[in-house]
Design a protein around this ligand. Structure first.
Ligand SMILES: Cc1cc2nc3c(=O)[nH]c(=O)nc-3n(C[C@H](O)[C@H](O)[C@H](O)COP(=O)(O)OP(=O)(O)OC[C@H]3O[C@@H](n4cnc5c(N)ncnc54)[C@H](O)[C@@H]3O)c2cc1C
Length: 399
């Protein structure tokens, strides 16, 4: 295999990834065993510390590992546990105690323990800091009561990231605290919600006097907003910036349709497809550059660019596929089973992917909110209007 990036990398993580594949051929090794071996060699996320699935290298090096593993048909840890991999791991490794990191990271990476994210509430989605779920310290444990919504995968997950209000008397960003909650704990009630595709991918989650030991807190009491920022920055990167080969990923679906169905082609559609392919390549290279430039620094607000561009491109690509397929695209039956994360989304029909892509510009932060972030933090434009920023949360009117 040639590596155009340089001998340093060729002799480091790339060689180790090739050795991993040789020692544990993916076709003959179970996914959990393969991913466990990947974690133990520090190739799970190379920028994490040694012993935590990493080896303290710049994050950009992970793409070199992933390229080798993808070519070998290795299992995809992200798809097996998207919230665990994309949001929980980066948060736990920065804000979790040694004990929590030791307990949680390996089974998270292998997919033995799935994760969910208990952030959104009926009255607090984009305005996450306005959330109302309460956590009260009774002198022994935290007691949590409230309602969350749109909680993806909670019906399958063991653990969840939770942000709760611990002080209603201070402004909304200051009275929050961040926890890991065991979804098997008494008082947790998970109720699936069916979405446009017919899948019940997400849920309402009711928390009724759920006990959480203080050892499961991430960050300081009242500092939950800062911890949540780590999660949200990682979420944008995870949702928008996964590395893929040229012509692969979402645009690959449109290119395959075009190649396989010559009878559907028109010159106008061909121009449209080429425009989409140019956008996809620009997005791919921008995401790759963000990863490479990042070094040891967190992704920061640039992840918002990857997320908003990726989400809108996904929708445009599947809009295109639907138009090319015409009436054929409208013949949709729910494919079952209910869990798209254990049935690879890549195997779903184009119509399923079109329906699922409608959520891309909402989940993980809407495109409007991400544009606000890009405007304010990257371009230095004037900030959004925030009338309740300095008002105690208790005094902010709520619907
Ligand atoms: C498929 C899917 C999976 C999800 N999974 C999870 C999950 O696992 N865990 C979780 O916690 N949440 C999850 N969510 C929730 C998601 O994060 C929220 O839906 C999202 O943050 C938007 O919040 P909202 O739905 O309350 O909309 P609202 O905040 O009520 O927004 C409604 C509209 O107003 C716009 N808007 C709001 N404020 C502004 C502003 N200041 N400027 C401009 N426009 C604005 C929004 O962009 C949007 O278009 C999921 C959502 C979806 C669709």
């Amino acid at each position: 295999m040639t590596d155009t990036i340089g001998t340093d990398r060729r002799t480091g993580v790339v060689v180790d990834a090739e050795e991993l594949v040789r020692d544990h051929p993916p076709a003959e090794t179970g996914a959990v065993a393969f991913l466990g071996a990947q974690f133990d060699r520090g190739l799970a996320w190379v920028h994490f510390p040694t012993g935590r699935g990493g080896r303290g290298l710049p994050q950009g090096r992970q793409a070199d590992v992933d390229r080798v593993l993808r070519a070998s048909g290795a299992p995809d840890a992200f798809l097996r546990n998207p919230i665990g991999h994309g949001m929980a791991a980066p948060t736990v490794v920065v804000h979790g105690s040694d004990r929590l990191q030791e307990r949680l990271l390996r089974p998270l990476f292998t997919g033995e323990e799935l994760w969910a994210q208990l952030f959104s509430e009926p009255g607090a989605g984009s305005d996450l800091a306005g959330l109302a779920t309460r956590a009260e310290w009774d002198g022994r444990v935290w007691r949590v009561t409230g309602q969350k919504v749109w909680t993806s995968l909670a019906q399958h997950a063991r653990w969840a990231l939770l942000v709760a209000r611990t002080d209603p008397d201070v402004p909304k960003h200051k009275g929050l605290t961040y926890f890991v909650v065991d979804l098997h704990h008494p008082g947790v009630d998970v109720r699936p919600l069916r979405q446009l595709t017919g899948d019940a991918e997400f849920n309402e989650v009711y928390l009724d006097d759920v006990e959480i030991d203080d050892g499961w807190r991430l960050g300081e009491v009242g500092d939950g907003w800062r911890v949540a920022m780590t999660t949200l920055m990682s979420e944008r990167k995870a949702l928008g910036g996964r590395s893929s080969a040229r012509g692969d990923g979402t645009i690959g679906d449109a290119l395959r349709l075009w190649a396989q169905r010559p009878e559907l082609r028109t010159p106008a559609d061909e121009q449209h497809l080429l425009d989409l392919a140019v956008r996809a390549e620009a997005q791919r290279l921008t995401g790759w550059r963000h990863g490479a430039e990042q070094g040891d620094a967190p992704m920061g607000s640039r992840g918002a660019i990857d997320k908003v561009v990726g989400a809108e491109l996904n929708q445009a690509v599947y809009d295109f596929c639907m138009r090319v397929l015409g009436v054929e695209a409208t013949r949709y039956t729910h494919p079952g089973p209910d869990d798209p994360h254990t049935t690879p989304p890549a195997d779903r029909s184009l119509t399923w992917k079109f329906l699922r892509s409608r959520a891309n510009t909402i989940e993980g932060g809407t495109s409007e909110i991400l544009r606000n972030i890009i405007g304010e933090r990257l371009l230095g434009l004037p900030g959004d209007v925030r009338v309740d920023k300095d008002v105690p949360w208790r005094d902010v009117p709520r619907s």
